[in-house]
Design a binder for this molecule. Sequence first.
Ligand SMILES: Cc1cc2nc3c(=O)[nH]c(=O)nc-3n(C[C@H](O)[C@H](O)[C@H](O)COP(=O)(O)OP(=O)(O)OC[C@H]3O[C@@H](n4cnc5c(N)ncnc54)[C@H](O)[C@@H]3O)c2cc1C
Length: 407
Amino acid sequence: MRKPQRVVIVGAGAVGLSCAWFLQEHGADVVVLDRSGVGAGASWGNAGYVSPAMAAPLPEPALLREGIRSLLTPGSPVSVSGRVSASMLAFLAGFTRNSTAARWRRGMAALGPLGRDSIPAFDELVSGGVAAEVREGTYRVGFAAGHHPAGLEHELETAREAGQTVPFRSTSGHEPPFSSRITQIVHLDGQRFVAPGQFVDALADSVTKRGGEIVEGAQVRSIGFGQGGLQVTGTPYRGDAVVLATGAWLPELARPLGVRTPVQAGRGYSCSVSWDRPITTPIYLPGVRVAITPYGNRVRVAGTMEIAHRDAPFDRARLDAVLRSARPLVEGADWDDVQEPWVGARPLTPDGLPLIGPAKMEGVHIAGGHGMWGLTLGPITGKLLAQQIMSGIAVPELAPFDPLRSR
Ligand SMILES: Cc1cc2nc3c(=O)[nH]c(=O)nc-3n(C[C@H](O)[C@H](O)[C@H](O)COP(=O)(O)OP(=O)(O)OC[C@H]3O[C@@H](n4cnc5c(N)ncnc54)[C@H](O)[C@@H]3O)c2cc1C
């Protein structure tokens, strides 16, 4: 196979931009096409956690139980809303099938090498000129009375067994900014966090400075062979290779290329609020599935998992439900000072694992389906996929993420 010289990347989120940057490391000439703009999908308003230790496959028995319960409880952190389409049903059936302890453990083992190398991939970006602030700080995960950290501790132990360094300890007692309802805290070290919008902007700037092109407003409609190689249509561009990194919109372009796995939008909401004292490190409230992250001189609050159409309109009531759920569990926020309300679609796969690797059409590669963890795993995905594309040699760490696997 000839080494590609020009690669077209579709999608300017954390994953597509990371692919572009690492392809440049191998000498490729890149163009990134996005139908809207940099960070227009899920990569802008997410919680900003770069936490490989917490990056576990979503389907597991406890979440399945919670999901079934939630369907009967309005305003709960996991919900199905809108019209239930055939692809949503296929996703839910696959998700249910994958929600076993054995499959979860297999997924954790597959994610282990990616998790282990994900923070070094961020370091590589920064030392290579990406002007993003990647901060380190102890994550604190707070549990209310009646909830036990055993599930999280088990998850962290499993991440450790899969090869990651996961320093954590558990304490009990009151610790601000948690309210007195939070009685147990897991302190997790060695992770990072970012302001995700700033991160993708910095990544895009670096790709451009190194000679890459980023084309906004470029909707891609299909991929095929034309004169002189692969060609994308809609906004026509040619390349020796194409990477599809279109997040929750992956099926439109990837399905005709043999990717049968449904990618379902798991929509989440965020906003920023002010806080009376600076919050300097991330906080997680697993009981209500809300993440709280330092964000400039404010704090970003993010949460909920709404299984819905990826382009459904922003629903202020769902954001309000996220804020209402966090309110009694932390102290110091000004919940009336809501800025930058946002909704984004996590690209979920039924087995909770990303889709990374070649599609059926020669020269076309898939990078997506990272679900809850596309920011954390974006750079390492870009690094390993770029290595595979440019060397033509399969990277063993990517084998479990074959995009042509049956769901
Ligand atoms: C509330 C919330 C909180 C989250 N918190 C975290 C977190 O703390 N840490 C973490 O690691 N992850 C988090 N995530 C998940 C993370 O945001 C996603 O996994 C990640 O952003 C996916 O990146 P992506 O590049 O694959 O897709 P996206 O960022 O969605 O990018 C896809 C891009 O493709 C473009 N596109 C689509 N179709 C076409 C087309 N036909 N032609 C051209 N362009 C197209 C879109 O415009 C879009 O810009 C969170 C998600 C949500 C919703």
